[in-house]
Design a protein around this ligand. Structure first.
Ligand SMILES: NC(=O)c1ccc[n+]([C@@H]2O[C@H](COP(=O)([O-])OP(=O)(O)OC[C@H]3O[C@@H](n4cnc5c(N)ncnc54)[C@H](OP(=O)(O)O)[C@@H]3O)[C@@H](O)[C@H]2O)c1
Length: 235
């Protein structure tokens, strides 16, 4: 299936902010690969009725910690679409509010980095040849103010360090890809009521807004930035 519509991939698209982002991009006419660790979860999320979704949601399997899974999806996207226009690295785990840096089990920290940092890194590397075939490639790393070094305090050690590292990766990739006009930005969605965010946060549509904005930036848009609600956040 080759398409003139932008082709977008959202990791962790089966629930929460990822699902809302996939729907919103589809609503803008993108062909969206709604990916999930389990194919049936992606199929369920893509089949759920969502008002305003006019584009195509293509359910697919992607575990960002599994190199074979990432490679297999990249091959499929190459065969079916020949390029990728937007990559949203949204998948993440372990908002570890009960832990402290002084005592957290480092295996837990490693597992968290495997998804939140290396998952995004691996997926970006694997899809880069396809992003390079796009005229308007965008990479959005879904980060968190918890990863901001400017006011970093104790607690939430694995998650906070993983997002700080993701922010650093954002700067590295943005700089290395600037000359190729691939825009790479980090976005904090704010506190959003999802399984991860828990009750009390803002609704998911609010969380997706800044991500969709970064995914659909004009060619003159920023790269190497860290944003929430379209406004720069301190690193
Ligand atoms: N909610 C907030 O308040 C908040 C605040 C700041 C930043 N964020 C960030 O926003 C993003 C989305 O968070 P959320 O609140 O929507 O979280 P969520 O509801 O917990 O959803 C997380 C998603 O990531 C997926 N995932 C986890 N490990 C994966 C893997 N190895 N491969 C592929 N997918 C995987 C999950 O899939 P399964 O269903 O298979 O587990 C799920 O779809 C995350 O990057 C998070 O750090 C959230």
């Amino acid at each position: 299936m080759s398409t003139a519509a932008p082709v977008s991939l959202v990791t962790g698209g089966n629930r929460g902010i990822g699902r809302e982002t996939a729907r919103r991009l589809a609503g803008l006419g993108h062909t969206v690969l709604l990916s999930a660790r389990r194919l049936e979860d992606a199929e369920r999320a893509a089949a759920e009725p969502a008002p305003g979704v006019s584009g195509t949601l293509v359910p697919c399997r992607l575990d960002v910690t599994d190199a074979d899974s990432v490679r297999a999806l990249a091959r499929r996207v190459e065969e079916e679409f020949g390029r990728l226009d937007v990559l949203v690295n949204n998948a993440a785990v372990n908002y570890d509010t009960a832990r402290r840096a002084v005592s957290v089990d480092l295996d837990e920290v490693r597992r968290t980095l495997e998804t939140n940092l290396f998952g995004a890194w691996r997926t970006t590397q694997e899809f880069l040849p396809l992003l390079r075939r796009s005229s308007h490639a965008r990479v959005v790393n879904v980060s968190s103010e918890s990863g901001s070094l400017a006011d970093m305090s104790g607690g939430t050690p694995a998650y906070g360090v993983s997002k700080a590292a993701l922010n650093a990766l954002t700067r590295k990739l943005a700089d290395e890809l600037r000359a190729e006009r691939i825009l790479v930005n980090a976005v904090c969605p704010g506190w959003i009521a999802t399984d991860m965010g828990g009750p009390g946060g803002a609704p998911v549509d609010q969380g997706a807004t800044g991500i969709v904005r970064a995914a659909t930036l004009p060619d003159s848009g920023p790269t190497g930035g860290f944003f929430r609600d379209g406004e720069p956040l301190p690193w």
